[in-house]
Design a protein around this ligand. Structure first.
Ligand code: XMP
Length: 325
C-alpha cells in the first residue's frame, strides 16, 4: 500500500516522459497489490475514474471489472462515450447498468435539493453493491481518489471517497493509483494512456449530474429538455478559442409565456452559466460574446421542445454558488 502523503521529492507530472515513468511505476505497484485478484471500478466517465480504468486495463486487463451506472442524469452522449472508449476501443470488461427508471422513480416528486442529492448517492451505492454481489471473487475496489481529495479529507472538509460509503459497504481493499496526483497531472497521465481529449479535458460535472440543474422535483420531460439544451450550450461554447472552466445550463421548475407557430405557449426558461475559477471557492462569470448568446437564444427555443426563453446567469460566487442547487 502506498502512503497518503505526497513525497516532497515527487516531480510535478507535466510532460509525456514523466507520465510514462509514472505509468510504468503504477503498473508494477498495481500488479504487486492485486496479484491475480479481481478489481471492481465504478466508471462514471469523469477524468479521474477514466484514467484509473485505463491504467488498470493496462496493468491487469480482464481482471478489472468496470461498472458504468446510468442514473439518467448524465449529459447527452456520455454513456455512449464510456461504452465506445472502454468497452469497444480498450476492450474493458464493462458492465453497463441502465438504472434510469430506478433513479427517476425514486426522485419523482422530491423537490428538496439535499434530499435529491441523498437519494442519488444512496441509490448509486445500492445499484453498485447489487452489481458487485452478482460477481464472483472480487477482492478489490478501485477508486479515482486524487490528492486534493486526500488533503480535503485530512482537513475534515469532505470524506475522500468519490462515492461516499461504498468502500465501507463492500469491504473490499482499495486500489487508488492516482491518489497522490493533482488534477492537471491526472490529465497528463490520461493523455499518455491514449484517452480522447474530450475525456481528458472534460469540464467538472457534479456527481448528482443534471439532477442539480433540473431544479425542484425532476420530471422526465424537463430533464430531456435540459439534456438537449445542455448539448447545444456545450456545442456553441466549445467553438470559443478559450474554454471557460465550467459551462452548462439550468432548466428551472417554472414556466413563462412564449409564442410558437403563432400560438401562445407556456414553456420553461433555460439559464446559461459559464464561469472561470482557480479553486471554485471564488468564481467569476465569463463574458460570453453577444453573437454566441444570440445563437444560444435562437437555437435552444427552436430545437428544444418546452423551452421558449434563454437567460444568462451573470452572478459571481459568492454570493451565488456555481450550481443552482
Ligand atoms: P458549488 O455549486 O458548490 O459548486 O459552487 C462548486 C463545484 O462543485 C461542483 N459540485 C459538485 N460536485 N457533487 C460533485 O461531485 C456534488 O454534489 C456537487 N455540487 C457541486 C460544481 O459543479 C462546481 O464545479
Amino acid at each position: 500500500m502506498q502512503t497518503d502523503v505526497r513525497p516532497a521529492s515527487m516531480p510535478r507530472i507535466n510532460t509525456p516522459a514523466l507520465a510514462e515513468a509514472f505509468i510504468e511505476e503504477q503498473l508494477t505497484a498495481i500488479r504487486a497489490q492485486v496479484g491475480d485478484g479481481k478489481v471492481l471500478l465504478a466508471l462514471s466517465g469523469g477524468v479521474d475514474s477514466s484514467v484509473v480504468a485505463a491504467l488498470l486495463i493496462r496493468a491487469i486487463g480482464q481482471q478489472l471489472v468496470c461498472v458504468h451506472v446510468n442514473h439518467g442524469l448524465l449529459r447527452k452522449g456520455e454513456p455512449e462515450q464510456v461504452i465506445r472508449v472502454f468497452g469497444e476501443e480498450l476492450g474493458a470488461n464493462l458492465i453497463y447498468v441502465d438504472a434510469i427508471d430506478r433513479f427517476l422513480d425514486k426522485l419523482a416528486g422530491v423537490a428538496d435539493p439535499e434530499e435529491k442529492r441523498k437519494i442519488i448517492g444512496a441509490e448509486f451505492i445500492d445499484v453498485f453493491a447489487e452489481e458487485a454481489a452478482k460477481l464472483e471473487g472480487i477482492r478489490f475496489l478501485a477508486q479515482g481518489t486524487i490528492y486534493p481529495d486526500i488533503l480535503e479529507s485530512v482537513a475534515g472538509i469532505k470524506a475522500h471517497h468519490n462515492v461516499g460509503g461504498l468502500p465501507e459497504r463492500l469491504g473490499f481493499e482499495l486500489v487508488e493509483p492516482v491518489k497522490l496526483l493533482y488534477k492537471d497531472e491526472v490529465r497528463v497521465v490520461g493523455k499518455a494512456l491514449g484517452l480522447p481529449d474530450s475525456m481528458v479535458y472534460r469540464q467538472p460535472f457534479p456527481g448528482p449530474g443534471l439532477g442539480v440543474r433540473c431544479t425542484g422535483a425532476i420530471t422526465r420531460d424537463r430533464l430531456e429538455a435540459l439534456r438537449a439544451a445542455d448539448a447545444i450550450v456545450r456545442e456553441e461554447i466549445e467553438t470559443l478559442p478559450e474554454l471557460p472552466w465550467q459551462y452548462f445550463c439550468v432548466v428551472p421548475d417554472f414556466k413563462t409565456t412564449g409564442i410558437r407557430d403563432g400560438k401562445r405557449t407556456f414553456d420553461w426558461p433555460c439559464i446559461v452559466r459559464a464561469i472561470n475559477t482557480v479553486d471554485v471557492v471564488e468564481v467569476t462569470p465569463v463574458h460570453l460574446p453577444y453573437d454566441l448568446i444570440d445563437r444560444l437564444a435562437a437555437r435552444i427555443p427552436a430545437e428544444v421542445p418546452g423551452i421558449s426563453r434563454v437567460l444568462v446567469d451573470f452572478t459571481p460566487k459568492p454570493p451565488a454558488t456555481v450550481e443552482w442547487e
